[in-house]
Design a protein around this ligand. Structure first.
Ligand code: ZN
Length: 247
């Protein structure tokens, strides 16, 4: 049975519900690559779901900022700062404690069906705040990869990279990815709650270790509802507007 891989939900419960409905019956465990909260209007709903709904979740930079001290906000733009401050105020004590205890990636998931296991990271396997955007960002990565497949998020762009003896190539998320024995893969399921690859639909992936495939999927959701909740909470309007564009 495949695994459901999600990332960057960002307090968007409408998008999360759409992903779970779209994938229903097709997975038996859920793994999350962080950024449960920040930007969106439902951080408590998403954190509560993650506490019981996921088999493992690594922390993202927004999870850290929304429970951490003020200096962790310095790297954020003004909209992200305002949403993090708002999220700190509305989180319940139980959800705050859960977010504080999320492990930093990479986190190894031991699994005999998956060549012994796979890793979960937020940014890159080397640094949770790194953005893996272009093949050049992975030039020196291969010696640090202990598993054939590492899942990562943070960029909110579905796809990822293939590392082979010929170099680094991009994964085409429009195709089902077949895992070849001699290659390494850094796979990004895309963002559930705030896609930035021009497609506003919620993104996720299904990883099937037995078939050795990764299927990338998109689920349409009620963007208007999520956007109006953001505006209703008094969060910065650009955080609502960008959901319609997928940017
Ligand atoms: Zn994120």
């Amino acid at each position: 049975m495949p695994y459901l891989i999600v990332s960057d939900i960002h307090g968007n419960s409408e998008a999360l519900d759409a992903v779970l409905a779209d994938a229903q019956g097709r997975y038996d465990r859920i793994f999350c690559l962080g950024d449960l909260v920040g930007y969106g209007a439902d951080p408590n709903l998403v954190a509560e779901w993650a506490r019981t709904g996921t088999a493992a979740t690594v922390r993202g930079n927004h999870d850290r900022a929304c429970v951490g001290s003020a200096d962790t906000l310095e790297a954020f733009n003004p909209s992200a700062q305002l949403s993090a401050i708002w999220t700190r105020e509305v989180l319940t004590p139980e959800n705050r404690e859960y977010l504080e205890r999320l492990p930093r990636g990479p986190l190894r998931i031991v699994d005999e069906a998956a060549n012994g296991g796979f890793d979960l990271a937020h940014g890159s396997p080397l640094d949770e705040d790194d953005y893996l955007i272009a093949p050049i960002d992975l030039r020196f990565m291969r010696p640090y990869l202990d598993t054939q497949v590492t899942f990562f998020g943070h960029t909110h762009v579905q796809g990822g990279f293939i590392l082979s003896h010929r170099g680094v190539g991009r994964i085409d998320p429009h195709l089902v990815l077949g895992l070849e024995p001699d290659f390494c893969y850094l796979v990004n399921p895309g963002s559930v709650g705030q896609p930035r690859d021009g497609d506003p639909r919620a993104a996720y992936a299904l990883y099937n270790p037995e078939d050795r495939t990764v299927e990338f999927r998109r689920a349409p959701y009620d963007v208007s509802k999520a956007a109006s909740k953001i505006l209703g909470a008094g969060l910065p309007p650009p955080l609502a507007a960008r959901l319609f564009e997928g940017t």
